[in-house]
Design a binder for this molecule. Structure first.
Ligand SMILES: N[C@@H](CCC(=O)N[C@@H](CS)C(=O)NCC(=O)O)C(=O)O
Length: 233
């Protein structure tokens, strides 16, 4: 079975957390954003008139007859299928709990450039974005990263082997570095275990190959992690 990833074209966004799991697992998948007939399928996955389990927003994964939405939910599915999560209930729940916490900080990172409304341009909420980004840099990044640092044991976030949570923590660090380079340069020395985990993930053969490939869309200012120098200090 080949998976279909249904996600917006041209940006990493939340789709990237799913791509990393698919790439690490080494399973074939079709990135529907790259196909001519992709967009109608992406839009259909959100439409109750067209599919049984419509998602509110992408990413969505089509796996055979299953249509799965919500990043953490997709990763829970892939984790079980491709040995990217523990089998036992306690481990599965722990992985999901951490992934949902990653989703929380990802939403907050998004809100630094869209603090008032997703439907307004960044340029129309710049003043508020500055205030929001300041709080994110000074309070929220340290609070979340302190937490993640505290749960990394023996080089992994969940148990003693690689899980999809490690892949997502890698992506979180990458995204924060892109969007807030000065802040991260200052903060990173406080998070040696997270940075070691990030580096270990980057060096995994499938991930390293993926990062060098054209499939890895560069960060840009349409994604979640955006580099607006005025929001970093
Ligand atoms: N909680 C969802 C959030 C999904 C989400 O917000 N997707 C974005 C793209 S990254 C989107 O298309 N949002 C449209 C909207 O919220 O109206 C997840 O983690 O998958």
């Amino acid at each position: 079975m080949s998976y279909q990833l249904l996600y917006w074209p041209g940006l990493q966004g939340r789709g990237e957390f799913v791509r990393l799991a698919l790439e690490e697992a080494g399973v074939p998948y079709v990135d529907m954003a790259l196909r001519k007939d992709g967009m109608p399928k992406i839009v259909a996955s959100l439409d109750a008139g067209k599919v049984d389990h419509p998602s509110f927003a992408p990413p969505v994964l089509k796996a055979g007859d299953l249509l799965i939405g919500q990043t953490a939910n997709i990763l829970m599915y892939l984790g079980a299928k491709h040995k990217l999560a523990p089998r036992a209930e306690a481990g599965r729940l722990w992985a999901n709990q951490l992934q949902l916490t990653i989703a929380d900080i990802v939403s907050e990172a998004h809100d630094t450039h869209h603090p008032i409304s997703t439907n307004l341009y960044y340029e129309d909420q710049k003043k508020e974005a500055k205030a929001r980004a300041r709080d994110f840099r000074e309070e929220r990044i340290p609070k979340f990263l302190n937490y993640f640092e505290s749960v990394v044991r023996g080089g992994h976030a969940v148990g003693s082997r690689l899980s999809y949570v490690d892949l997502s923590l890698f992506q979180l660090i990458e995204g924060l570095r892109y969007a807030f380079p000065k802040t991260m340069a200052r903060l990173e020395p406080s998070y040696p275990k997270l940075i070691a985990l990030h580096d270990k993930v980057a060096a995994r053969p499938n991930i390293a190959a993926y990062l060098q490939s054209k499939r890895r869309i560069p960060f840009n200012e349409t994604g979640i992690f955006r580099r607006y120098p005025e929001l970093d200090k």
